[in-house]
Design a protein around this ligand. Structure first.
Ligand code: GLA
Length: 453
């Protein structure tokens, strides 16, 4: 990595470069103390360090860093452009006929994930009842990657001493294991990506017993252009296909280049429609709104992905987390929990393991709902396989409001014969064809309605 800095009184600015990545940094210098911020995280320093005897050593809570002065011969190897293959559809796998369900390490653990965490999370997936509720994939996100050996085989780093043994352990629990890489030379967290090693990495993942790959654009943006997105993702899709192992292919490129129009052609099973979710109401609602324009492209085998769940991570209210779960169910979004499964409150369990809500998400018809807005109230209707509909009314407003569901909202063939409140687990009655309930701010009324008795 190279850090090029220029000081102007108390201000410091420059560039951080590593193979395939570079971004501007800026901050302050006071005495020998330097604080630098990158473009992605304005709220916490990218680097906080002291310059002593010409060497820069990190202090405070920033990442560990030791820098020595660079000489004129120090530069990063340039990364040669590898022309992506011509566009050719990859045979679709038979996976993800309903939205994938599981757990992913990033939202809570980020860089701190390791083998022990994954094993205990697999244990908790079973003991908490999550597995039996349908959550099957245990997905390791970024920061597992080590260095390549002399043959170019990517190895895991010290946090994951034996990935094959870990996969065996996860499989022994009736679960499946997911992993993460990038089409660029570096992942988003700066670890080695699959650039130039796509087939080899796919074979490595298959040999370890990996069942799911999240493939994150990251530093590929420094090498390729938007027109390359499809052939670059196709390269890994074809490489996974060639292994013969069923591996869910999760495209993570934040919705760039109309991914919904070509995702299935690269054998993608899901594709992100958004930037990264945060554990706050505005982020969660913002992500679900970005999920709407591509609704018609979702269906069995390939899904729009508004990012992982934050339920149970502590920064939204119970009503807001129920809304989070309701909206992910109504939009047929992948259900990848992002919380600590070893330590869940009863409320968190009741949200993540609400089987009636999960059934809406996992319905075989695979329809993604879109909203109709009525003031602060949004109405989402999702047709289900047996002719029922799920209907959600979300109160986006700051005060409570009266939610009314009327027949014209529902698209049913006949009058409502049966209706169930999926959060209260109770039957509700439609009077004169309509149903009303008082809805607190940010809460969701979620009903399953049938025109058959
Ligand atoms: C990107 C992705 C996240 C996560 C991180 C890991 O930001 O969108 O979901 O995978 O990279 O570095």
């Amino acid at each position: 990595m190279l850090l090029e800095l220029k000081q102007d009184d108390g201000k410091v600015s420059g560039t951080f470069k590593s193979a395939g990545t570079s971004f501007p940094v800026q901050g302050t210098a006071s005495g020998n103390h330097v604080i630098l911020y990158g473009p992605r995280h304005r709220d916490r320093p990218f680097l906080e360090a002291d310059l002593v005897n010409g060497e820069l050593n990190s202090t405070g809570s920033s990442r560990p860093f030791h820098g020595t002065a660079a000489g004129p011969n120090d530069d990063l190897p340039t990364v040669a452009y590898i022309t992506p293959p011509p566009i050719q559809p990859v045979p679709q796998n038979a996976l993800a006929k309903t939205p994938p369900m599981g757990w992913n390490s990033w939202n809570l653990f980020a860089r701190k994930v390791d083998d022990a965490t994954v094993r205990t999370m697999a244990d908790a997936m079973v003991s908490s009842g999550m597995r039996d509720a349908g959550y099957i994939y245990i997905n390791i996100d970024d920061t597992w990657e080590g260095v390549r050996d002399a043959q170019g085989n990517l190895q895991s780093n010290h946090k994951f001493p034996d990935m094959k043994a870990l996969a065996d352990y996860v499989h022994s629990k009736g679960l499946k294991l997911g992993i993460y890489s990038s089409p660029g030379p570096r992942t988003c967290a700066g670890y080695p990506g699959s650039y130039g090693h796509e087939e080899q990495d796919a074979r490595t993942f298959a040999a370890w017993g990996i069942d799911y790959l999240k493939y994150d654009w990251c530093s590929a943006s420094n090498i390729y252009q938007e027109k390359d997105l499809q052939p670059v993702y196709q390269k890994m899709g074809a490489a996974l296909h060639a292994t013969g192992r069923p591996i869910i292919f999760s495209l993570c490129e934040y919705g760039l280049g109309h991914v919904e129009t070509w995702g299935p052609d690269v054998a993608g099973n899901l594709w992100r429609t958004t930037g990264d979710i945060r554990d706050e109401w505005s982020s969660m609602i913002g992500n679900i709104e970005k999920q709407v324009p591509t609704a018609s492209y979702a269906g069995p085998g390939h899904w729009n992905d508004p990012d992982m769940l934050e339920i149970g991570n502590g920064h939204m209210s119970e009503d807001e987390y129920r809304t989070h779960m309701s909206l992910w169910a109504l939009t047929a979004a992948p259900l990848l929990a992002g919380n600590d499964l070893r330590n869940m409150t009863d409320v968190t369990k009741s949200i993540l393991m609400n089987r009636e809500v999960i059934a809406v998400n996992q319905d075989a018809l695979g329809k993604q709902s879109s909203p109709v807005r009525k003031g602060d109230l949004e109405i989402w209707v999702k047709p289900l396989t047996n002719g029922d509909v799920a209907v959600g009314v979300v109160n986006l407003g700051a005060t409570s409001a009266k939610a009314t569901i009327s027949p014209q909202d529902l698209g049913l063939h006949g009058p409502v014969k049966k209706a169930r409140d999926l959060w209260k687990h109770a039957t509700v009655n439609f009077t004169n064809g309509a149903y009303s309930a008082e809805l607190p701010s940010h809460a969701t009324l979620l009903l399953r309605i049938s025109d058959k008795s």
